[in-house]
Design a protein around this ligand. Structure first.
Ligand SMILES: NC(=O)c1ccc[n+]([C@@H]2O[C@H](COP(=O)([O-])OP(=O)(O)OC[C@H]3O[C@@H](n4cnc5c(N)ncnc54)[C@H](O)[C@@H]3O)[C@@H](O)[C@H]2O)c1
Length: 346
């Protein structure tokens, strides 16, 4: 492949520092060209770590000829305006999850990408993870038979400092605490990943959700506990339980599960499966680890696969629509919790 693609980052906060800038550095097909943030010291810090240039001006970043694609990691309510601006400037975009905080915003982002003929992807992990791609193939081939249920559990116990400084304290900010800027709490922040993962693995489409949520222990606007029931188009039922202030988290680390009429999958590391009937070389009647290969150690493969989609002029592995689909379930759950009624997905 030709020269490495120049990437510009918009937002040089926690996730850029922890995961994505190292991923760009580890990638084979990309390099960090310019780091941008409205806080100069953060842009400068990322640039210095990776030998890139830095700026506080989004126009300067988007006008930079070395920047062919942009990674956007800013507070959620800014995903739309910055993504639309970058796409309209002719850049390809990898935006953090959730794609946006409203479906209208997600639709505008997807439409702009189409009009501009540029790639729009969302930094969900499942589609970029070869192990999940293999598992999806096994499920489609009938590993656990007809899927009857899914289960998502997230039990967190976030420190008070998380709400104003994330996990690392790199950026002091209150965007996570407010509905308008974050879109919500633990559901849209954390388990939106799981909604995407289970949809990718099973292909099931949620048609109706019923949710109850509240805030019990955290002085913020958004929920710290939520329970959601999902009905899928094939008749299967999903449950989601997520908390960000559950004392002690969960020492057993419960993992997401997929139930079928012939088996059950636990999405741990390793992924394990219990089968009622043998499948290929896998015996029935005992819990078995699945050999799906090893997990990527960093975001290098995600960045490389994003760049390959751009170079090959095809859809990325995670599309804007994938981002919208996960968001639609989260927003329907919030609406349901407000109405105390089930909400149908359109
Ligand atoms: N922190 C994590 O562990 C984590 C993990 C996965 C995904 N994410 C996602 O990454 C995104 C960013 O989260 P974060 O934790 O890095 O937040 P953060 O608050 O640490 O960083 C956000 C950065 O955006 C900058 N910013 C604000 N407005 C800007 C603008 N107009 N132009 C450029 N920069 C601007 C801020 O100065 C800040 O440095 C969110 O979508 C979040 O859900 C975070």
């Amino acid at each position: 492949m030709s020269e490495k693609m120049g990437i510009g980052v918009i937002g040089s906060g926690e996730i850029t520092m922890k995961a994505t800038a190292p991923g760009i550095a580890a990638s084979q097909h990309a390099r960090l060209a310019v780091a941008m943030d409205t806080r100069p010291e953060l842009a400068q810090d990322i640039a210095a770590r990776y030998g890139a240039r830095w700026t506080v001006s989004v126009d300067a970043l988007l006008g930079d000829p070395e920047v062919e694609a942009v990674y956007i990691a800013v507070p959620h309510y800014l995903h739309r305006p910055l993504t639309v601006q970058a796409l309209a400037a002719g850049k390809h975009v990898l935006v953090e999850k959730p794609i946006a905080t409203t479906l209208a915003d997600a639709d505008a982002m997807i439409a702009t990408a189409e009009q501009a003929g540029r790639v729009l992807s969302v930094a969900f992990e499942a589609q970029y993870d070869d192990r999940m791609v293999r598992l999806r193939e096994l499920i489609a081939a009938g590993l656990i038979g007809r899927i009857t249920g899914t289960r998502i559990v997230y039990r967190g116990d976030k420190a008070a400092s998380y709400w104003t400084g994330g996990y690392t304290g790199r950026v002091q900010t209150d965007w996570r605490t407010r509905r308008e800027t974050s879109g919500g709490g633990v559901l849209i922040m954390n388990t939106i990943h799981d909604l995407n993962t289970l949809r990718f693995l099973t292909g099931l489409e949620p048609v109706r959700v019923y949710a109850e949520y509240d805030n019990y222990a955290t002085p913020v606007e958004v929920e710290d506990y939520i329970a959601v029931t999902i009905r899928y188009a094939n008749g299967a039922i999903g449950t989601l339980e997520a908390g960000s202030a559950l004392p002690g988290r969960d020492p057993a680390q419960p993992k997401d599960r997929i139930y079928g009429d012939r088996g059950q999958i636990v999405l741990g590391d390793p992924v394990t499966v219990y089968l009622r009937e043998p499948f290929e070389a896998l015996p029935a009647g005992e819990w078995l680890p699945l050999d799906l290969g090893t997990a990527a150690l960093d975001r290098g493969p995600m960045i490389d696969k994003f760049v390959q989609a751009i170079r090959e002029e095809r859809q990325p592995l995670v599309t804007g629509l994938d981002g919208r689909n996960a968001l639609a379930v989260a927003l329907a759950a919030y609406r349901s919790g407000e109405l105390h009624q089930p909400v149908e997905l359109g």
